[in-house]
Write a protein that binds this ligand. Sequence first.
Ligand SMILES: Cc1ncc(COP(=O)(O)O)c(C=O)c1O
Length: 392
Amino acid sequence: MIASVLPTYSRAPVAFTHGSGCWLTAENGSRYLDLGAGIAVNALGHAHPALVAALTEQAGKLWHVSNLYRVPEQEVLADLLVEHTFADTVFFTNSGTEAAELAIKMVRKYWYDKAEPRTEILTFEGAFHGRSTGAIAAAGSEKLTKGFGPLMPGFRALPFGDHDALRAAVTRQTAAVMIEPIQGEGGIRSVPDQCLKGLRDLCDETGALLVFDEVQCGMGRTGKLFAHEWAGITPDIMMVAKGIGGGFPLGALLATEDAASGMTSGTHGSTYGGNPLGCAVGAEVMRLIANDAFLAEVNRKAALFRQGLESLVASHPEVFEAVRGQGLMLGLKCRAANTAVLQAAYAEHLLTVPAADNCLRLLPALNIPDADITEALHRLDAAAIRVETQAA
Ligand SMILES: Cc1ncc(COP(=O)(O)O)c(C=O)c1O
């Protein structure tokens, strides 16, 4: 008989009752060190006092009014995002997928209004933009799309890291290029800064819109507020979610005034998007993360963690191959099966997240204490020994 919860996930046999910082406590009372942070969502750890306060204060005042009225909490958060990014305007969603859907609509409407027949959005193999019909068509991989056809037309996935293919594909007929500066689900695969710069140039030459998906790599995860800042360029449109709500469902689509020009009154909407609860939390997250001292700490912690991981790879060459990523968006490319390493880490009460390309993601809270980094390295070492022992 089918489970009462639709069985689309393969879940670990554990349920958590509460969390604090980087630690989760299970129903049986045992504690786990959380390097997954709800897949890069709990950017400030579990039960951060300032976020709990922001949520509970708002909960006592007003939860929902709809977008038929002004929502001052939205305006505060939108102002903060505009102040700290390339964007002139923001639409709030409840998830990354919804932000991706709006990005697609925004691109299409932009060219429709210009009366130019540009409909093709270029994407990249290994990409992940969500699970809606539009987002799976955008990413295009068989793993996401099989059985769900006919797919929405208008996307072409290019090989990852193939400059010649990219140069040939971006033309004056291209509507947009959509890319994660660092692929998350795809296996912590970074697009080098030079390539992002080259892509910006290509888009400028052809007029194609540049869309960054920073749902996973944004909100301080790489040590800058947004990952593309490392390359010194800006997109025209950007999807944000995950970390921006610190665990509360919240997403956003940021855009320049020009890119957003087609999205006039009545062209898009959401019942819950931008509700006062999510925006109150999001504003507090922004105040804490969009701050030079905080980001400097992320970079310091990341350097510490990375150094430890590099030694771990050197000590366990049969288990690990390399460290990938930037800031606290880290990946361990594995030689052993990543699922075996994940299971061994789980046995050490250390939570990690699998990704494609036989990679294990380490996405801790951005404020992870140094002592927890040391503890995580010990547990990863113990996990690697488990895998080596099993293989022997
Ligand atoms: C890069 C990227 N884009 C989009 C999404 C979809 O976001 P959500 O699951 O919030 O809809 C994800 C989720 O993992 C993601 O990593």
